[in-house]
Design a protein around this ligand. Structure first.
Ligand code: FES
Length: 229
C-alpha cells in the first residue's frame, strides 16, 4: 500500500514542478510499451491527479488500479454514486490507425472505411474496439485499455493526439489549438474530450494530415519509438 507520493517517488512536500517531472518520468517507466502495464500506468496517473488536486486520500492499495487492461474496461468506482453506476456502460469505440490507410489504398473519406478495416485482418493496435468509460478522455480510455496512442502536451496545445471522428460524437471542452476548419472536418483532440455517443468510430494518429502537421510538438520518447514519428 503506497501513498500517491510513494507511487510517484516524491516527498509529500514536493512542489508542482517536482510532481510534474516525477509524473512524466514514472509514466514513461510504467507505460505498457516500456515493459509496464496498463494497471501500473493507471495507478501512476491516479496518484498524479490526486496530488495535483490536493486530494490525497489514505494509501492506495496495490489493487486500487482496478486493473483496467486490454481485456477490461474497469475503473475505480469506489466513489461512484448510484447515478454514476448507471453510467458505467460507457461508449463503444471502434478505432483505426491512420498509418495503415495508405498501405491498403484507403482514404479517410471512404464511406466503407471501417467495413474494409474489419475485413483486413489488421493488427490489434491498428484496428479494433474498446470501451471508453464515463469521465475518461478518449486518450485516457485508449491508454487504460493498454494502447499507446500518440500525444505530447495532454493540454490542447498541439495536434499530436488528433483523431478524425468518422461516426458518433465527441465533446471538445476547454481551450485548444485546433482551428474551426478542423473542427468542421470532425477533427478532435483525444486528450481533451471523450465520446458522448453510445458508439463511435474514430481514426487515430491523424497528426500528419495537412493543417495538423505544423501544430505538432515533439512526442515523448516512447511515443517516438512506438509510432515511428
Ligand atoms: S496531446 Fe497535445 S493537444 Fe492532446
Amino acid at each position: 500500500m503506497d501513498s500517491p507520493f510513494d507511487v510517484l517517488g516524491v516527498g509529500p512536500d514536493a512542489d508542482d514542478a517536482e510532481v510534474d517531472r516525477a509524473y512524466r518520468r514514472r509514466v514513461i517507466e510504467v507505460h505498457p510499451d516500456q515493459g509496464g502495464s496498463a494497471s501500473e500506468f493507471h495507478r501512476v496517473r491516479t496518484a498524479y491527479e490526486q496530488i495535483m488536486a490536493g486530494d490525497v486520500p489514505d494509501p492506495i492499495p496495490d489493487d486500487a488500479a482496478t486493473a483496467p487492461g486490454p481485456d477490461s474496461a474497469g475503473v475505480d468506482d469506489s466513489d461512484a454514486g448510484e447515478d454514476e453506476e448507471t453510467e458505467q456502460e460507457g461508449s463503444r469505440v471502434e478505432y483505426l490507425n491512420y498509418e495503415v490507410l495508405d498501405d491498403h489504398g484507403w482514404d479517410l473519406g471512404d464511406d466503407d472505411l471501417f467495413e474494409k478495416a474489419a475485413d483486413a485482418g489488421l493488427a490489434h493496435e491498428d484496428y479494433g474496439q474498446f470501451l471508453a468509460l464515463p469521465r475518461e478522455s478518449l486518450l485516457e480510455a485508449a491508454e487504460n485499455r493498454g494502447f499507446a496512442w500518440p500525444y505530447a502536451c495532454r493540454g490542447g496545445a498541439c495536434a499530436n493526439c488528433a483523431v478524425a471522428v468518422f461516426e458518433g460524437e465527441m465533446d471538445t471542452p476547454g481551450d485548444h489549438i485546433l482551428p474551426s476548419t478542423m473542427l468542421d472536418s470532425d477533427i478532435r483532440l483525444s486528450c481533451m474530450g471523450g465520446p458522448v455517443s453510445d458508439e463511435m468510430k474514430v481514426v487515430y494518429n491523424v497528426k500528419h494530415l495537412p493543417g495538423l502537421d505544423e501544430l505538432r510538438l515533439p512526442p515523448y520518447p516512447f511515443d517516438k519509438a512506438r509510432m515511428n514519428d
